[in-house]
Design a protein around this ligand. Structure first.
Ligand code: ADP
Ligand code: MG
Length: 741
């Protein structure tokens, strides 16, 4: 008997169920125990039949007044149908499929609690496969019973799991109960050190597993959820803190630039840095001046001036000589998420650094450029081989690129710093690969016998790392998923930036037309517009509800036909090939398209200054931070930007929430709103962040996150992880999966 026993061997499962288990990611006993309920139903909360609506999962207390079994004509499946009547005399039908014994269990006259999902047929609601609990001598006897053999105890809370076709919540509950009865629970070994459990009053693992699947009281369920959330955040922190430790143990190049040269560079910018930028530059320079590598995350809204901060640090690096060397200089790798962004940054850098005689290179899948060049005034196209040579011999000081930057064969002579723009779009693997470069470099240094003082003692030389993101996330989430990085937040915008005028529009025809009318004027003045739609293709017309959700493809057609016939309209969505997407983006950038109708794929950070209008269809469907980010697309110019949120504003709540977009100071404020009102799932796909729903819930709790972080730090710094064998093995597992992206 092992926790890794496959479920498929333990339970008889149909093919449909096998597939369903796979979909839920459940293959072993351990997986099933760690499949936690989303919520708990409460048997003490009864509903009256009168109030029941489709989609509810009510609990009713009722008497069986009719019951019969028949076979469904097409499928031959046994179908039991009953009529239930409550104390008000209202009735509802209940239907059980494939459970022919039900009629015997619930003879007419039986009084019981029923709980089940409400469906609708021909306009009247009915319960499908309701669970029932018959009272005997005043004591409710549940059909399933609690997980532990304490049958006399009334089961008040019951777990509700996320279901999928073929697997019901009930099925999951029964199987877990069976595994407990078989003794699997005893196989679980405590992962959290005893003293930590005590300190934070967390239940032990085996108790917590019972509490979470079969709580007697709400407090038990909460204690268990808190424990598992702590466990997850704690494990993530262990991994992050040990990565952090590993960085600290590595060496790096000390960047100690000439102050006079820096002042000249700052003068050349043509504006003064904001206070936020000054502070960011100061922390970065203090990191760069140290022999341990920088690992810093710079967070700031789109347009807050991150690129300039990075450029400043890049300049400082590129004018610094490698230690004990009287020639050459350190180099910088700058990685952007897309070809277009890489090109934009390269062009910016040519302008910024050209006057200082710093050679800048660009490498993407398609193009390699170098500036300055001997043959022309602007950048020249060169071959990849040529560029690689110039990077390897140190002539190219700053290399901007896409993923091509880390593709095999690009080797820097003295890579002092890497900048990763919009880092959340890069997997950790790529980051690791970028940072691994210096090891190869070091091998090369060793070979050529120019081993520097201070470097020779270290196992590994890492470049300083500056990571940047415009995704506003709350502090607790940042501490968790970027726990290995130091955090700097740019929370102010450069002066003179026009605030986006944001309007909530009820998408009824007249209001829509009013908004279109205003936009037409601006298009006529030569501006451009984004239209964001929640879906890609036309929804199934039979599903009336989804009809209301605009699709990008259909909306583009409609806008061309009915609204903006005189303008060029393009479509962009995630199902398009990468090249097609880039092509459309390029056309929009070049103003060969006036209106870009798109799903939310419009790249973060894309810079089309002339696009000053954005319409967001179905705005109520998005989190505030996401809306804020979408809106960030139009603040790139000196023209007044406008954002129209087409949203169902009939709901007071929606209106109140969306109003925050006009009052909040910055994206971080909005991210905190999201966290409090909607949960973190809204702001970042869980897949992307690698954090489960449960831990996301916990991230609302700053104390818990800080405690987990402190404890993990203690263990890593005191190097005592190996004292806790089952924690160590969970750590090893997690570390592996955290790199597998
Ligand atoms: P981000 O990368 O954070 O989205 P950028 O660095 O691209 O923002 O800056 C956006 C624009 O603001 C750029 O055109 C940049 O030149 C300008 N900018 C940056 N910092 C300042 C400042 N302190 N004062 C005025 N303009 C600035
Ligand atoms: Mg930027």
């Amino acid at each position: 008997m092992k926790l890794s026993d496959p479920l498929a061997k333990l339970f008889r499962t149909t093919d449909v169920q096998k597939k369903a288990l796979e979909r839920l990611g459940l293959s072993t006993v351990q997986d099933l125990f760690y499949y936690f309920p989303n919520r708990y139903g409460d048997f003490s909360k009864l509903s009256y039949i009168q109030t029941i609506q489709k989609g509810d999962t009510p609990i009713i207390y009722a008497e069986v007044t009719k019951i019969s079994m028949k076979k469904a004509y097409r499928t031959g499946v046994a179908m039991t149908e009953a009529t239930l009547e409550d104390s008000n005399g209202d009735t509802i039908k209940a239907v059980w499929y494939s459970q022919p014994y039900i009629a015997k269990m619930l003879p007419v006259g039986t009084q019981a609690k029923f709980v089940g999902a409400v469906s609708e047929r021909a306009g009247s609601p009915y319960l499908t496969n309701p669970e029932y609990y018959v009272e005997k001598d005043g004591i409710p006897v549940s059909k399933t019973g609690p997980l532990l053999a304490e049958e006399s105890q009334e089961l008040v809370l019951y777990p509700v799991y996320k279901e999928t076709k073929g697997i019901t919540s009930k099925w999951l509950y029964h199987k877990i109960k069976k595994l407990v009865a078989d003794g699997y629970l005893d196989l679980f070994e405590e992962t959290i050190p005893e003293n930590i459990l005590k300190k934070y009053k967390l239940p032990g693992l085996q108790h917590a597993l019972i509490y979470i699947h079969s709580p007697k009281r709400t407090e038990d369920a909460e204690a268990a959820r808190k424990r598992f959330a702590f466990e997850e955040v704690f494990l993530i922190q262990l991994v992050k803190q040990s990565q952090r430790q590993a960085y600290k143990e590595s060496g790096s190049f000390v960047v100690d630039p000439d102050k006079k040269k820096l002042a000249k560079f700052e003068d050349s910018l043509g504006f003064t840095l904001t206070n936020g930028q000054k502070k960011a530059v100061a922390s970065i320079f203090s990191d760069l001046g140290s022999e341990t590598p920088m690992s810093r995350l710079l967070e700031g809204d789109v347009g807050s001036g991150k690129t300039i901060v990075a450029a400043y640090a890049a300049y400082a690096t590129a004018i610094t000589r490698p230690k004990d060397q009287t020639f050459g200089s350190l180099q910088v790798g700058y990685m952007a998420p897309t070809e277009i962004l890489a090109k934009q940054i390269f062009n910016d850098f040519v302008e910024l650094f050209g006057p200082f005689g710093i050679t800048v290179g660009l490498i993407t899948g398609k193009t390699c450029l170098k500036y300055p060049s001997k043959t022309s005034d602007g950048p020249t196209k060169i071959s990849k081989a040529q560029l690689k040579k110039w990077v390897a011999n140190g002539e190219v000081k700053i290399l901007v690129g896409t993923h091509a930057l880390i593709s095999k064969g690009v080797l820097f002579e003295n890579l002092g710093m890497v900048v990763i723009d919009e880092q959340h779009r890069f997997g950790k693997k790529q980051r690791a690969a970028l940072r691994a470069k210096p090891t190869e470099k070091k091998a090369a240094i060793k070979k050529s016998k120019i081993i520097k003082k201070g470097l020779a003692d270290n196992d590994e030389i890492l470049p300083h790392l500056l990571s940047m993101t415009a995704t506003p996330i709350p502090r607790t989430l940042a501490l968790t998923i970027y726990g290995d990085l130091d955090l700097t937040v740019l929370d102010e915008m450069p002066p003179g930036r026009k605030k986006v005028i944001t309007e909530l529009v009820d998408p009824i025809q007249e209001s829509r037309e009013d908004a279109y009318e205003k936009i037409r004027e601006r298009l006529a003045e030569g501006r451009q517009m984004y239209v964001i739609c929640p879906r890609i293709f036309e929804a199934d017309p039979l599903k009336t509800k989804s009809l209301l959700v605009k699709s990008a493809v259909a909306e583009a057609k409609r806008l061309k036909r009915d609204v903006f016939p005189d303008y060029r309209i393009g479509v962009l969505h995630s199902k398009m090939k990468k090249e097609e997407k880039e092509e459309v983006m390029q056309q929009f950038t070049d103003h060969k398209i006036d209106i870009l109708v798109s799903t939310t794929v419009v790249e973060v950070g894309v810079n089309v200054p002339n696009a000053t209008n954005i319409i967001i269809e179905g705005a109520e469907r998005y989190g505030l931070s996401q809306l804020h980010q979408l809106r960030g697309r139009v603040i790139r110019s000196t023209y007044q930007p406008y954002c129209y949120l087409f949203a169902d504003v009939k709901s007071e709540k929606t209106k109140e929430r969306l109003d925050a977009l006009t009052t909040a100071k910055n994206g971080f404020e909005l991210a905190e709103y999201d966290l409090q009102f909607r949960g973190t799932g809204e702001m970042m796909g869980n897949k992307q962040s690698g954090v489960s729903d449960l831990a996301m819930e916990a991230i609302r709790n700053i104390k818990l996150v800080e405690a987990a972080r402190e404890e993990a730090k203690n263990i890593v710094e005191s190097n005592t992880l190996s004292d806790y064998s089952s924690l160590q093995s969970r750590f090893d597992n997690i570390q592996e999966t955290m790199y597998l992206e």
